[in-house]
Ligand binder design. Structure first.
Ligand code: NAP
Length: 248
C-alpha cells in the first residue's frame, strides 16, 4: 500500500537514506530540512528517481509553527499522513558537562527533545483513529548514546536521546488503541556528517572498528530499519527500542 511519510532532517544522512528507501517502495515523502536547500533538493530528486514522490520542506523542528507547517505541507501535497520519522537531531563538540554552557544545552534539548516531542504530538493528532486519522507509524531516531551515556563527549546529547526512548515507551502505550505504532531506532556509529558537526569527522571510522561487527554502519543500514518500522511488515511491533549499532 502506498504511504505518505514525513521525515524530519531528511536532506542528509540517515533521514535522506530513509527517504530514498521509502521512495523505492513507491511512497510519498515530505523531506524536511533546516538550512541546506541544495541537499534537500537532491534528496527529492533521489526519491523520485527511486520511484516515489517527494517535496522539500524547510523548517526548524525547534519551532512549533514550523512543525505544524511541515505536516500541513506534506498533507496538502500527498493526503493524510501514514508515517512520521522523528529524525532531525544535532550534537555539539565533545565536552565534559562541567565545561558546557547553557546555550549549548538549551539548543540540544530544544531540537532533540522538544522538537521530537512536538513532532510526536502532531503525529498523534493527525494519525490517531479517534481524531480522524487512519492510524500509522511513528519512528523516533534515538541513539546508542541513550544507554551508553556519552561520558566526556556529550552527556547532554545522550540524555536527550534517553528522553526519546522514554517518549517511545509511553506514547506506544498511549496510542496502541489509536492504530498508531511508536518505535525507536538506536543507531550506533554511523558514517554521516553529524560527526564533523561535533568536531570529529572520522569518529565513526575510528571507533567503528571497536564494535563487535568491526566497522561503522551506513546510513542505508539504519534507513532499512526505519522503513521496515514504517511498513505494515512490522504491524505487531510497538514500544520497541531497536539497536542498529553493530553490537555496540
Ligand atoms: P546529519 O548527517 O548531521 O544530518 C542531520 C539532518 O538533520 C540534516 O538533514 C539537517 O538538515 C537536519 N537538521 C538538523 N537540525 C535540524 C533542525 N533544527 N530542524 C530540522 N532539521 C534539522 O545527521 P545523521 O547522522 O543523519 O543523524 C540523524 C539522526 O540520527 C539524529 O537524530 C542523530 O542524533 C541520530 N544518530 C546518528 C548517529 C550517527 O552515528 N550518525 C548515531 C546515533 C544517532 P540540513 O541539511 O538542512 O542541515
Amino acid at each position: 500500500m502506498s504511504k505518505v511519510i514525513l521525515i524530519t532532517g531528511a536532506s542528509r544522512g540517515i533521514g535522506r537514506s530513509a527517504a530514498v528507501l521509502a521512495g523505492a517502495r513507491g511512497w510519498s515523502v515530505g523531506v524536511n530540512y533546516a538550512s541546506n536547500a541544495a541537499a534537500a533538493d537532491e534528496t527529492v530528486a533521489a526519491v523520485q528517481a527511486a520511484g516515489g514522490k517527494a517535496i522539500a520542506i524547510h523548517g526548524d523542528v525547534s519551532d512549533e509553527a514550523a512543525i505544524i507547517a511541515m505536516f500541513d505541507a506534506t498533507e496538502k501535497a500527498f493526503g493524510k499522513i501514514d508515517g512520521v520519522v522523528n529524525n532531525a537531531g544535532i550534537v555539539a563538540p565533545g565536552s565534559a558537562l562541567a565545561d558546557m554552557d547553557i546555550a549549548r544545552m538549551k539548543r540540544i534539548f530544544d531540537i532533540n527533545v522538544l522538537g521530537a516531542y512536538l513532532c510526536a504530538r502532531e503525529a498523534a493528532r493527525r494519525m490517531s483513529s479517534s481524531r480522524g486519522g487512519r492510524g500509522g507509524s511513528l519512528v523516533n531516531v534515538s541513539s546508542a548514546a541513550a544507554r551508553l551515556g556519552g561520558a566526556g563527549e556529550y552527556v547532554d546529547y545522550a540524555g536527550s536521546k534517553g528522553a526519546i526512548d522514554t517518549l517511545t515507551i509511553g506514547l506506544a502505550k498511549e496510542l496502541g488503541r489509536e492504530g498508531v505504532r511508536v518505535n525507536a531506532i538506536r543507531p550506533g556509529l554511523i558514517e554521516t556528517d553529524i560527526h564533523a558537526s561535533g568536531g570529529k569527522p572520522d569518529r565513526a571510522q575510528v571507533l567503528g572498528v571497536t564494535t563487535p561487527i568491526g566497522r561503522p554502519g551506513t546510513a542505508d543500514e539504519v534507513g532499512e530499519s526505519i522503513v521496515w518500522l514504517l511498513s505494515d511488515a512490522s504491524s505487531y511491533v510497538t514500544g520497541a527500542l531497536l539497536d542498529v549499532a553493530g553490537g555496540r
